[in-house]
Design a protein. Structure first.
Length: 107
């Protein structure tokens, strides 16, 4: 399954989040992302602050294009934590894994 070929679809809620089994299947498609509660997260380290910010801005552009936005934390001058889940359903949907796969292409 090539998630990078898919696009996020609007979610207004009213659908259940992915099951544990679905989540585990999709997690195999995105390297380095970890399940934390009802979200997936990835930590990255860059050579310097500028490279971290260039990456963050590229992720922001991707998120706008896909209409699906991760939580982004920049800390310790060269580290970035990405957290994604579908806010409208309070858990994970395919959108989160599509976004994660596309973020991985940026890296």
């Amino acid at each position: 399954m090539d998630l990078t070929k898919k696009h996020c679809v609007p979610c207004e809620g009213g659908v259940p989040p992915m099951s544990k089994e679905e989540t585990e299947k999709y997690l195999k498609e995105v390297k380095g992302w970890q399940l934390v509660g009802n979200k997936i997260e990835k930590d990255l380290k860059f050579r310097n602050f500028k490279k971290a910010m260039v990456f963050v801005n590229r992720v922001a552009g991707l998120a706008e294009k896909e209409g699906h936005h991760p939580d982004i934390l920049v800390y310790s001058w060269n580290k970035v934590k990405l957290i994604t889940y579908t806010h409208a359903i309070g858990g994970l949907s395919e959108n989160d894994f599509i976004l994660a796969a596309k973020i991985d292409k940026i890296i």
